[in-house]
Design a protein around this ligand. Structure first.
Ligand SMILES: *Cc1c(COP(=O)(O)O)cnc(C)c1O
Length: 339
């Protein structure tokens, strides 16, 4: 049988030959001493792309989210976010464990913002018995809602509300590249609507490791100290930053291919392709065995997909699956879901 077609996540990609060559060539130095030119170049590049003063390279997006949020939310304060946000569901309580932050959540079917609800929840100063709200966190694209792009007008409405209230806005932009390619909205426009944020190089961009925090020079200086405190000070890490720079040069515009592939898979899975904005398809499973049964049977036919709920599958396209593989996966999944 051919090698399995792995659609569990866009994190499963392996560095391309060209990326490996760029990594091998990278100029490096000790980044804890601030002496790695490739890391510095990546940090400057990402800060400029997002329209912020500075950025900081981190091993993971989870660490980037923790570092970013802790610059705007203190111990015993809260952040408001969507109910299935990655920061709430998939960072294993990091924000509570490290920063002493609590979260309250709103629900939105596409992972977006319901501003009237956010306005009702917002409570910066209700007296000594209530946790004060310090920030609103957005996720764009929204992972568990299915790679959905948050509409620009909703982001602008949140910014206006936050400005009026003196509240901070955080962006979990793990897949902001996908949002940018799908919507045509500039990265700097997205960046300009938030105080701090995180982006990942290890998802659709296909780097093996790496994320960044972006924000003001002060926020990033503070994040640098906390990164070291958390054990995330890295040395000759330009070899990894080089993969990120290569990805920014070569793997952003091609995300459009992943998005087209996701629409094909959606159609095969009985999901409305118009609801699939980027590279993630969420499929509700009717059959008696639920999502786990489809995962097992697809694997038997050489197609790997993930279960993100008892009846919910997640199918993700990426750099390492081409159109022929997408078509083969589509026919396997169509057969299983129709049965
Ligand atoms: C992947 C992801 C992250 C960060 O994940 P790490 O595995 O810690 O790099 C953060 N937010 C979202 C929405 C993600 O999909």
């Amino acid at each position: 049988m051919d090698a399995p077609i792995d659609l569990r996540s866009d994190t499963v990609t392996r560095p391309t030959e060209a990326m490996r060559a760029a990594m091998a060539r990278a100029e490096v130095g000790d980044d804890v001493y601030g002496e790695d030119p490739t890391v510095a170049a990546l940090e400057e590049r990402v800060a400029a792309l997002l329209g912020h003063e500075a950025a900081l390279f981190t091993p993971t997006g989870s660490m980037a989210n923790v570092l970013a949020l802790r610059t705007v939310v203190g111990v015993g304060q809260e952040v408001l976010c969507e109910a299935s946000a990655h920061i709430a569901r998939a960072e294993l309580g990091a924000h509570a464990a490290y920063t002493g932050v609590t979260m309250r959540t709103w629900h939105h079917p596409r992972g977006g913002v319901d501003l009237p609800t956010v306005e009702r929840m917002f409570a910066p100063d209700l007296g000594p018995y209530f946790v004060p709200t310090a920030a609103i966190a957005l996720e764009n694209t929204h992972n568990f809602a299915g790679g959905t792009v948050v509409p620009l007008e909703d982001l602008r409405a949140v910014r206006a509300f936050a400005d009026a209230q003196g509240c901070a806005v955080h962006l979990d932009g793990a897949r902001i590249w996908n949002a940018h390619v799908a919507s045509g909205v500039d990265l700097a426009t997205y960046g300009g609507l938030v105080d701090v944020g995180a982006v990942c190089l290890s998802k659709g961009l296909g780097a093996p490791v790496g994320s960044l925090v972006f924000g003001s020079a002060d926020a990033i200086a503070e994040s640098r100290t906390w990164r070291k405190r958390m054990g995330g000070g890295m040395r000759q890490v330009g070899v990894l930053a080089a993969a990120g720079l290569h990805a920014l040069d070569h793997h952003v515009e091609r995300l459009a291919d992943d998005h087209a592939h996701a629409k094909r898979l959606a159609e095969a899975c009985g999901v409305d392709p118009d609801g699939v904005d980027t590279n993630i398809v969420v499929v509700e499973v009717d059959g008696p065995g639920g999502a786990a049964d489809v995962v097992r049977r697809a694997a038997e036919q050489g197609v790997r997909v993930g279960a993100v709920g008892a009846r919910t599958l997640r199918v993700v396209t990426h750099l390492d699956v081409d159109t022929a593989q997408v078509d083969r996966a589509a026919s396997v999944l169509a057969g299983l879901l129709a049965a």
